[in-house]
Design a protein around this ligand. Sequence first.
Ligand SMILES: Cc1cc2nc3c(=O)[nH]c(=O)nc-3n(C[C@H](O)[C@H](O)[C@H](O)COP(=O)(O)O)c2cc1C
Length: 337
Amino acid sequence: MNIAEIRKQAREKLQPFCRVCAVCDGKVCAGEVPGMGGAGTGSSFRANLEALARQRFVMKTIHSIKKADTSFTLWGVEFSMPIFAAPITGISYNMGGKLGEEEFSDIWVGGAAQAGSMGMTGDGADAVMYDGGLKAIQSAGGRGIPFVKPRGQEEIVKRIRQAEEAGAVAVGMDVDGAGLITMALKGQPVGPKTPGELAAVIKSTALPFVVKGIMSPDEAEIAAECGAAAIVVSNHGGRVLDSTPGAADVLQAIAEKVKGNVTIFCDGGVRSGGDVLKLLALGADGILVGRPLVVGAFGGGREGVALLLNRMGNEIVQAMLLTGTSDVRQVDSAILA
Ligand SMILES: Cc1cc2nc3c(=O)[nH]c(=O)nc-3n(C[C@H](O)[C@H](O)[C@H](O)COP(=O)(O)O)c2cc1C
C-alpha cells in the first residue's frame, strides 16, 4: 500500500464529503459542517494553515546533530513521536458512513497504536460515538484518550467513570463543543463550563484530564488552575466558530503563560512533519492531526493511518536534522526565522 493508493481509495469512499485535495486547506469544503469543512466562511479552518505557513525555519546544515530523537513519554506511556490522532466523530453525517462509527474508531485507535502513537476519540449525540471510541481504546490496552462533550455535570462524570473502566491513559473534554446546537436538538444539551464546574469534573477522577479547545492565555491559565494535566490549543479544526485566529497564532502566548505547569497539545492544519516541528518550536509538547488521517483511515484502514503517521514521523526527523534539533522534547524557538 502506498500514499497514492490510499488517496485514490479514500477519494472514492469519501465523495462528495471530502475531495481529498492535494493540500487539505478547507477551501473547497468551506462551510461544509456537517461534512469535513470549517464553519461559516471556513475562515477558521484556513487560518490554521495560514498561521503555520507564515512560520519559516532557519535552515542549519553545518553542525554536529547527526541523530534526531522523536520519542516522547507522557503519563508513563512511551510514544515513537509526539504526534497523535485527534478525536473525530460523526462518521455517518460528516463522511457519508462508508465506515461505521465503531469500525472507524477501531481503525483510528488501532492504526495510531501500530505507529507507536495514540488515537483519541470523541463524543456525540448518538451513544455509539463515545462508546465505540471507548471500545477501541479498551481493545488497544487503554492506549487512547476519550473526549467527552461539555454536557451536564452528571452526564460527564458518568462518561469519565466509563473511561476509567476502559483503562484509558487519560480523559478529556472538548470545551469548545459548547455551542453545538445539534446536540441540543437531540435532547443532549451542551454549554460553557464555569471554572467551578470544570474544577469539579477534573476533581472527580484520578486520571490526567485534558481540556481541549483553548485559544487564549487567560483560559489556559484557568484550565491549569482548575487542575487540568493538559490543554489542547485548538479551534476544533475551525468547525465551531468562524473568524478565529489559527492555533499557531495563539500558541506562543499561551505557552509563555502555562508551559511546564500543564502539557500543551496543539492542533489545526498540521499537514507535515515540518508543521509539527513549527508548533513544537512555538511551545507545544505534542501535536494532534485530524483530517489527513481520516484519508488514511478510509483509504487504507489501520495500515493507512499508521502509514501517514509514520510519514510525518520521517518528515519531522528530516526537519530536525536541517534545523539542528536533536530532541523533540527540547525544541528551540530560535529554529524559527
Ligand atoms: C469530521 C470531524 C469531526 C470531529 N469531531 C470531533 C469530536 O467529536 N471531538 C473533538 O474534540 N474534536 C472533533 N473534531 C476536531 C478534531 O479533533 C481536531 O481538533 C481538528 O480536526 C484538527 O484540525 P485538522 O483536521 O486540520 O488537523 C472533529 C473534526 C472533524 C474534521
